[in-house]
Design a protein around this ligand. Structure first.
Ligand code: FES
Length: 150
């Protein structure tokens, strides 16, 4: 166990605690890297392939490093009806990434989420938790440019 994973020692090294361990890594690192999978598998006495299986089964876990700005496009019912797939498409075209990816500069990552609780502003997305609503193509691109130039 390397120095970097010492925080796992707060959890008993039993295979039944595997998910707790993965959650601890994600809380600490923001995602679960390939190196973390190996470290967690080792610590919780679980084969790597099984650890990878658990990781891919639960949507809560991210396997790529999040960008500095995490964009969450709402695809709840109200936003979907008001064109959220188009919002995702515009962002993808502008940044060159699709949902679940981070751009090459590590600046933006994109994901699709369920209702953000601001349906009256549909369609919406959030960036690091700040919500933007009533989006059209022009507004979407303008917001991305503002964040890129921050
Ligand atoms: S459906 Fe998008 S905020 Fe509710």
């Amino acid at each position: 166990m390397g120095q970097n994973y010492d925080y796992l020692k707060a959890i008993a090294p039993e295979s039944s605690n595997l998910i707790k361990g993965l959650q601890a890594v994600q809380t600490r690192e923001g995602y679960v890297s390939d190196a973390s999978i190996v470290a967690v598998a080792d610590y919780f006495h679980t084969p790597v392939v099984e650890t990878e299986g658990v990781l891919s089964f639960y949507a809560q876990f991210k396997s790529t490093r999040p960008g500095r700005y995490q964009i969450c496009v709402c695809d709840g019912t109200a936003c979907h009806i008001k064109g959220s797939p188009l919002i995702s498409e515009w962002i993808s075209t502008e940044l060159g990434i699709t949902a679940g990816e981070t751009d090459a500069d590590g600046l933006f990552s994109l994901e699709t989420v369920a209702c953000l609780g601001c349906c009256s502003l549909a369609p919406v997305f959030s960036i690091n938790g700040k919500v933007f609503g009533n989006l059209d193509r022009k507004t979407t691109i303008r917001i991305l440019k503002e964040y890129r130039n921050k």
